[in-house]
Design a protein around this ligand. Sequence first.
Ligand code: HEC
Length: 301
Amino acid sequence: MGRRFSIPLKFFGVFFLTILLVAGAFTATLNNLRQQVSRNEARAVADQVTAFRSWVAQSGMVWVQKLAPGFHDFLDEQTDAKGGVFYGKNPALATRELAAVAQRESARASFRVTSDNWRKKDNAPDAFEAAAIARFKGDKTLEFVEQYEGGKYRYAQPLLLEQGCLQCHGDPKDAPRAVLEKYGSEKAFGYKVGQVRGIVSVTVPALGLNDVLKSLANPYALTLLFISLLLNILFIRSVVVRLVALTRNAEAIASGKLETVLHYTNPSESNDELDHLYHAVNLLKRSLVILFKRVNPQGGK
Ligand code: HEC
C-alpha cells in the first residue's frame, strides 16, 4: 500500500486529465467535421455531374459543330442540309470531356463515371469503385460510399437509370445505330429505370487533421484558452497554495513554534472555508500559548 497523494498532486492530476479528455473530445469532433467538409465538397461535385449528365441524356446527345483540340471522340456524326457536319456526344463521353477540362484547369476535385458493366475499357472501375458499385446494388437506400486513400478523400454516389438513358441502355432495338456499330448490342443494355447503372466517383484532396488543428490558432480560441488558464491559476493560488501553507503552519505550531503567524481574512468577512480553518487553527494556537503560560509562568518569552 503506497502513500496517499497530496492535494496539489491530485489537483494537477485532475487538471491535466480534464485537459486531455477535453482535447480528445475536441479532436474527435474536429475529425468528424473534417470528413463532413470533404464529403460535402465531393457531393456537390457529384450532384453537378449527375445533373449535367441528366441534361445531356434528356437532349439525347449533345451535338457539336467543332471538335475542340484534344476532344476528337464522338459517338455519332450527322450532316445537315447545308452540308455542315455535327458530332454527337453521349452523356458518358461529355462527362469525360468535362472532367478533362476540369483537370486541365487544375480544379480541386477530379471525377469520373464508371460501371461494373462497362462498354468502354477506359470506364472500368478500380478496387474502391467496384466495391462501391457492389454495395449500391445490394442496398438501394445507401446514398454514398467514402474512403481515405493516401492523402485523398474518395467518394462515390450511385448513378441511377433515368427515362432519358433508356434509348441507349434499355432495349438494343431502340438504340441509335452509332451505339450498336461502335459497342455492339451486348454491352450495357437491358437496364430498367431506377437500376444502378454505375457511379459518379469523386476524389478531393483530404483535409489533414493538421489543417484542422491549425484553424484552432485563431484569436478567439486563443483568448478563451488564455482565460481558462488564468482562472486555473487563480484557483491554484486561492485554494491549493493556501492549503499547503496552512498545513505547513499547523505542523510548525504542533512542533512547538508558537510564534508562527497565520495570514487570513477574518471569518466574519469571508465565506471561504479555508479562512475559517485558518481562524480555528489560530484559536487553537492562542489556547496553546495561554495553556503553556499557565503551566510554566516563568518560562517562554
Ligand atoms: C446517346 C446514347 C446514350 C445515352 C442517352 C446514355 N448513354 Fe450511357 N453510355 C453510352 C455509351 C455509348 C457509353 C460507352 C462509351 C462512353 O463512355 O462514351 C456509355 C457509358 C455509360 C457509362 C459508363 C460505363 C460504360 O458503359 O462504359 C455509364 C455509367 C452510363 N453510360 C450511364 C448512363 C446514364 C445513367 C444515362 C442516363 C442519364 C446514360 N448513360 C445515357 C450511350 C448513352
